[in-house]
Design a protein around this ligand. Structure first.
Ligand code: GCU
Length: 667
């Protein structure tokens, strides 16, 4: 613990201790590879990782790295050479890792290590694996003053006081990311302000290069978020119109300068015309004009432009029922389909609003059929409990990936679209707004690391189930007997629905405390400018987004549009997102809507208490620090669930005047 940060799922030392094997006594790891590979920076990292992970081996273990052109980029094969016992290495044990490139060799290495740490002892290993997505990215919303936008795990480990931090923690971070298959990291907040605008200047090049080099050792490309107004703020130009010749020239010079200093930069992420950020709209230009201008300039360097689609009117009037924030992404971007250049990729949030506990899938995903696109999800628990409340998000991500868009007759799920399978495009993938900070455990709540681990694994292999990922993470993180392992996996798997039950009902979202987004405030956003309304009155609630309402449902392909448009066909967990429904409406369960609201809230609160109670059986079974941290958070979660339950139920009881059939206390 002297390091000041944990080793997360790569905690070799504690695994050795648990298995009773002393660290490092007679270990003999023999690595076989070509001389060419021996000097490769990524393979050096793999070798150093193997040396650490097999430090408990008392007999010789031989590991061979082999290049095999037939294996997909960044994919790998792992198998036995001889013997092949991972956990009790015998004389002459050995494994072979084959891949076409060094990243694949590194991922194969981590596969082998993962199996070993999970205590699996295959007599015969034979796996092949190719990544589902070409781009597997983490987006940091870290600011250079050390704060983190929507961060719930301490301060930034990249920045403090407008300086960049590079230390041993940076290396561990890169190891963790590589171990779960991440190959791209955006190191600064999408809201690029103040010192962050200077990341593309000599003020920071040297330090960014140091970071980029560390990432490079682990097969990860560094990306920067860009301030679209940099020509004004850095260049002193009067405008940042993307079609202006002077502006273009400024960017040409700037990007050349950037690549002179940061030759391995992956490219830029851009939040433009969104929530007060500058963008092409100011000059009457389109989003494509902005993205393509940068794309063309960065293309000669092999860079890409990741352009976010989170563009909407954030100064709406709540009295206006025709303007619908949910429509905005599609309205702004769909018409430009096919106009984006090849090295531009649109990054699309999973839902049309903003990372609520339940939303429909953004109709832009698959709605665009001639544009590179990637999925953006949020593992930072902004609306899902601030890493206080337990909320394992992988089940949600699985639903998103599995959604059938109907954009083609086959290969039409979101997983197909964002992996590039649907359109055959190479620039495709998944990104997550990361949940880390400089807390000892990296994620505030130790259990929130399941989302960090899980996103990486899922983006690498979208076929893995939420349960498989949860189980891997639990096995790698703790040393639990089977019964407790099963229990923790089960707690994780139930947690999202529990959170959903005690917060806002049936997909309507947003009943959170404005600004901070933790805890209930049913009307907190009801009369605000943000376009986030539930429209409750004394008869019912929900937003009519059908063809008779805002027309949002019509943005989907016909099969889905018809389903969402009809309250009898609409999935009930999204009913209030698409329809304004009377409290007396009968759900398929036979409950009225109002009774469902009462029941689900009482249940959600009860189930949160049960989670907290179940956690008590982990005392003495996980490290004390983790036990106490998690216990404390469960206490807070129970309070939170209590507030949500009472406030939501009271609110709707007072609005509707309809009593709870079960006569429970509602205030
Ligand atoms: C949300 C979030 C902001 C963030 C924004 C974005 O609105 O609350 O903090 O900047 O999303 O994704 O750009």
């Amino acid at each position: 613990e002297s390091r000041g940060w944990s080793q997360l799922w790569l905690d070799y030392e504690s695994k050795f201790a648990a298995s009773g094997v002393a660290n490092g006594t007679e270990r003999k790891i023999v690595i076989e590879c070509s001389d060419f590979d021996r000097n490769n920076r990524v393979i050096k990292s793999a070798v150093s990782e193997l040396n650490r992970a097999f430090a408990d081996a008392t007999k010789e273990v031989k590991i061979s790295f082999v290049r095999n052109e037939k294996i997909a980029a960044q994919g790998y094969k792992v198998g036995n050479i001889i013997g092949g016992s991972l956990n009790k290495p015998q004389d002459g044990d050995g494994f072979i890792i084959e891949a076409s490139d060094e990243n694949g060799l590194l991922y194969g290495t981590f596969h082998l290590i993962r199996e070993k740490l999970m205590g699996r002892d295959y007599p015969d290993i034979s796996v092949s694996c190719a990544p589902s997505n070409p781009l597997r990215m983490m987006n940091h919303w870290d600011n250079m003053d050390g704060s983190i936008e929507r961060g719930y795990s301490g301060r930034s480990f990249f920045y403090a006081n407008d300086e960049i931090i590079v230390d041993d923690r940076t290396v561990d971070y890169a190891r963790f990311m590589a171990s779960i298959g991440i190959n791209g990291i955006v190191i600064n907040n999408v809201n690029v302000k103040w010192a962050a605008t200077d990341l593309i200047t000599t003020r920071f090049f040297d330090k960014v290069k140091e970071l980029s080099d560390i990432f490079e050792d682990y097969g990860i490309k560094l990306y920067l978020s860009l301030n679209f107004a940099a020509p004004i703020e850095l260049g002193g130009l009067p405008i940042c119109d993307p079609l202006d010749e002077q502006v273009k020239q400024w960017w040409k010079n700037k990007i050349k300068e950037v690549y002179d200093h940061l030759p391995n930069l992956g490219g830029f992420l851009v939040k433009a015309d969104s929530e007060g950020r500058p963008g092409p709209f100011t000059y009457g230009r389109t989003q494509a004009d902005g993205a393509n201008m940068l794309g063309d300039i960065i293309a000669p360097y092999g860079g890409i432009i990741i352009w976010r689609c989170f563009v909407y009117n954030c100064t709406q009037d709540w009295r206006d029922t025709k303007t619908d924030r949910a429509r905005a992404g599609y309205d702004y971007f769909k018409g430009l389909d096919g106009q984006y250049h090849d090295n531009v990729i649109l990054q699309i949030k999973n839902g049309p609003m903003d990372f609520q506990i339940r939303e429909p899938i953004s109709p832009l995903l698959g709605g665009l059929t001639q544009t590179n696109q990637m999925l953006e999800v949020q593992i930072a628990q902004e609306y899902t409990g601030h890493q206080i409340d337990l909320c394992y998000l992988i089940p949600m991500f699985k639903e998103i990936l599995g959604f059938k868009t109907y954009c083609k007759s086959d290969n039409d799920t979101v997983a197909d679209v964002v992996s590039g399978r649907t359109m055959g495009n190479k620039l495709a993938g998944m990104a997550a707004v990361i949940n880390t900070g400089n807390d000892y455990n990296w994620t505030g709540n130790d259990l929130a690391a399941a989302n960090l681990y899980g996103f990486g694994r899922l983006s690498f292999d979208t076929e893995l189930s939420a349960e498989e990922i949860a189980r891997e993470w639990v096995k790698l993180t703790f040393n639990l007997e089977q019964e407790l392992e099963d229990k923790l996996v089960d707690m994780l798997l139930r947690s999202r629905e529990i959170y959903e039950k005690y917060t806002s009902p049936l997909g309507i979202g947003w009943m959170v405390t404005p600004g901070d987004h933790y805890g209930p405030s049913v009307d907190g956003y009801e009369y605000s400018r943000w376009g986030t309304y539930h429209r409750a009155d004394h008869l019912g609630l929900g937003v009519d987004r059908t063809d008779k309402g805002t027309g949002y449902a019509q943005q989907y392909y016909p099969q889905n549009a018809e389903m969402y448009n009809d309250p009898h066909k609409c999935p009930e967990n999204l009913l209030l997102f698409f329809h304004h429904i009377p409290y007396t409406w009968k759900l398929s369960s036979g409950q009225s809507l109002i009774q469902y609201i009462y029941d689900s809230h009482f249940e959600g609160y009860e189930e949160a208490r049960k989670l907290a109670d179940e956690w008590k059986s982990f005392e003495g079974k996980v490290p004390e620090r983790a036990y106490n941290c998690i216990s404390h958070r469960f206490d807070l979660q129970v309070n939170n669930a209590h507030e949500w339950c009472d406030q939501v139920n009271s609110y709707f009881y007072r609005k509707s005047g309809i009593a709870d059939e079960k006569g429970r206390e509602i205030f």
